[in-house]
Write a protein that binds this ligand. Structure first.
Ligand code: ADP
Ligand code: UDP
Length: 240
């Protein structure tokens, strides 16, 4: 029986615990919600349960499609066993439609279709507010070399393809999302962290209603209801 060990880290949305296996950790999903780099704080009741379950379903689907992830197994409503990785300090964002910071920065209408999926790198540093970085920044600062950047791009676009195709069968548009990658003890790059309404923009394909954390960020109301609705859509029927 695997033993849950000491808490290694407490983040904004999850806690990470050691186990008696040095290569495995347990992530524990909280209901705490933050936005604007921690400036706005709140609670989304039941969020941890939704994000844990939804993220694990997506990770299983992604694995089935040949993209390696940190996922090992679901332990409880809020806890999952994952491979311990050294996180590459980049937030890899994929966008299918213009929204959020991209729409604001470039003066685009939210919801504008992009001719192809766009990949962006943000330097993962809370103190700096996760700044957008160019390929050259990532290179010159030694954050990730060219082959690693290519792997991240290819894996991120692969995840986009798999999740987008699945969600449209549930009448949901995958607008954009953020991924994190890490290296396992044997050096393999795998998808880590989570894929959930906290880290994605999900829009109802018919009404364009927001079914994600933007309801919290923008005080749109019915936050818990949106998370529950996404859970219903993702679990309703068979995966794939
Ligand atoms: P934040 O650190 O941004 O507040 P969370 O509250 O989600 O984020 O904390 C989870 C932390 O665990 C993040 O820093 C994330 O990079 C890290 N993490 C995710 N998956 C793994 C993994 N498989 N191994 C080690 N660390 C991980
Ligand atoms: N995102 C995230 N964590 C972050 C920043 C962004 O999960 O720290 C996700 C966000 O939910 C959205 C996508 O990445 O799905 C693109 O976010 P954007 O750059 O538009 O920033 P935001 O508008 O969220 O500040």
């Amino acid at each position: 029986m695997l033993q849950k060990g000491e808490q290694l880290y407490e983040g904004k949305a999850k806690k990470v615990y050691a186990t008696d296996d040095a290569n495995l950790v347990i992530v524990d999903y909280k209901d705490d919600a933050t936005a604007f780099n921690g400036e706005k704080k709140g609670t989304i009741v039941g969020k941890g349960v939704v994000n844990n379950r939804m993220s694990n379903l997506f990770f299983e689907l992604i694995e089935q499609n040949g993209i390696p992830t940190h996922y090992v197994k679901t332990l409880s409503d809020r806890e999952t066993l994952v491979k311990k990785v050294t996180i590459i300090p980049l937030e890899v964002v994929v966008r299918n439609l213009a929204a959020g910071s991209m729409a604001k920065r470039l003066g685009l209408t939210e919801g504008m279709d992009l001719p192809r999926p766009l990949v962006e790198f943000y330097y993962k540093d809370d103190a700096l507010g996760d700044p957008l970085v160019t390929d050259d920044h990532v290179d010159v600062l030694g954050i990730a070399d060219a082959p690693t950047r290519e792997t991240l791009r290819r894996m991120a676009l692969g995840v986009n393809d798999v999740v987008k195709r699945f969600l449209i069968t549930r009448n949901v548009i995958l607008v954009d999302f953020k991924l994190e990658f890490g290296r396992t003890a044997d050096g393999q790059i795998v998808l880590a962290d989570e894929i959930s309404p906290d880290t994605c923009r999900f829009w109802d394909a018919t009404t364009k209603e927001k079914l994600d954390k933007d309801r919290f960020r923008r005080d749109l109301g019915n936050v818990e209801e949106a998370y529950a609705e996404m859970m219903k859509r993702v679990t309703g029927g068979t995966l794939q």
